[in-house]
Ligand binder design. Structure first.
Ligand SMILES: CC(C)(COP(=O)(O)OP(=O)(O)OC[C@H]1O[C@@H](n2cnc3c(N)ncnc32)[C@H](O)[C@@H]1OP(=O)(O)O)[C@@H](O)C(=O)NCCC(=O)NCCS
Length: 166
C-alpha cells in the first residue's frame, strides 16, 4: 500500500473512484474532476494550484493505492493554515471509497500522509472533523490526535479540532 501523486496514468481509476462516490461532495475537493474538459487539463491545473496561486495555499494530494493499483483513498495536505483552515478546515483532508470503508485504510492513509508532513518539515498538523463524524475522529485519534477546542462553521456545523505533533 502506498501514496502516489495524481498523474495522467491514474485517469481511469480516479474516475471510477468518483463514480463510486455518487452525489456526495467529494473529499478532498482538490481532487474533484468537475469542470475540467480533460484529465490532462485537471493535472495541469493541479500542478499550478499545488504551488499556491492566491486562492489556494500550497498543498500536496495523493491517492492511497493497493498492490493491484486500485485507488482506495485520497488525502490532501495543506502545508500552511489560514484563518479558515485554522478554525474549520485544518491541514489535512481524506476519504476512502465507500466500498472499502471500515478496513483501516483511512487510518493508514493518514499515517502515510503524516510521513509526508514530516518530510515537508511540518512540526504539527491540525485535523478537523464534523462533530458527528465518529469514523474520522477515530482515524485522527488512532494517529495521535490531541483534541483542542471545537469551532462552529458558518452553517452551524460543529467542527472537532485535533493537533498531531510530529
Ligand atoms: C471517515 C472515513 C475517512 C473513514 O474511513 P475508514 O477507512 O472507514 O476508516 P478506518 O477503517 O481507518 O476506521 C477507523 C476507526 O473508525 C471506525 N469507523 C469508521 N467509520 C465509522 C463509522 N461510520 N461509524 C463509526 N465508526 C467508524 C472504524 O471501525 C475504526 O475503529 P477502530 O479504530 O476502533 O478500529 C470514511 O468514512 C470516509 O471517506 N468518509 C467520507 C469522507 C470524510 O468524512 N472524510 C473525513 C473528513 S474530516
Amino acid at each position: 500500500m502506498r501514496l502516489v501523486e495524481p498523474s495522467i496514468e491514474w485517469e481511469q481509476e480516479h474516475c471510477t473512484y468518483i463514480d463510486e462516490w455518487g452525489q456526495n461532495r467529494l473529499i478532498p475537493s482538490s481532487l474533484n474532476l468537475e469542470g475540467y474538459q480533460s484529465y490532462s487539463e485537471f493535472i495541469a491545473e493541479l500542478d499550478k494550484r499545488k504551488k499556491g496561486d492566491g486562492k489556494w495555499l500550497p498543498f500536496s494530494s495523493y491517492f492511497l493505492v493497493n498492490d493491484d493499483n486500485r485507488i482506495l483513498g485520497m488525502i490532501d495536505i495543506r502545508h500552511e493554515l489560514n484563518d479558515f483552515l485554522y478554525r474549520i478546515g485544518g491541514n489535512i483532508g481524506y476519504s476512502v471509497r465507500p466500498t472499502e470503508r471500515k478496513k483501516g485504510y483511512a487510518t493508514l492513509a493518514l499515517k502515510l500522509g503524516l510521513e509526508k508532513c514530516r518530510d515537508l518539515g511540518m512540526k504539527e498538523v491540525l485535523i478537523t472533523c464534523d462533530q458527528d463524524n465518529i469514523g474520522s475522529a477515530k482515524v485522527i485519534i488512532n494517529n495521535g490526535g490531541v483534541e483542542a477546542h471545537s469551532e462552529t462553521d458558518s452553517d452551524g456545523t460543529v467542527k472537532r479540532r485535533f493537533w498531531i505533533y510530529l
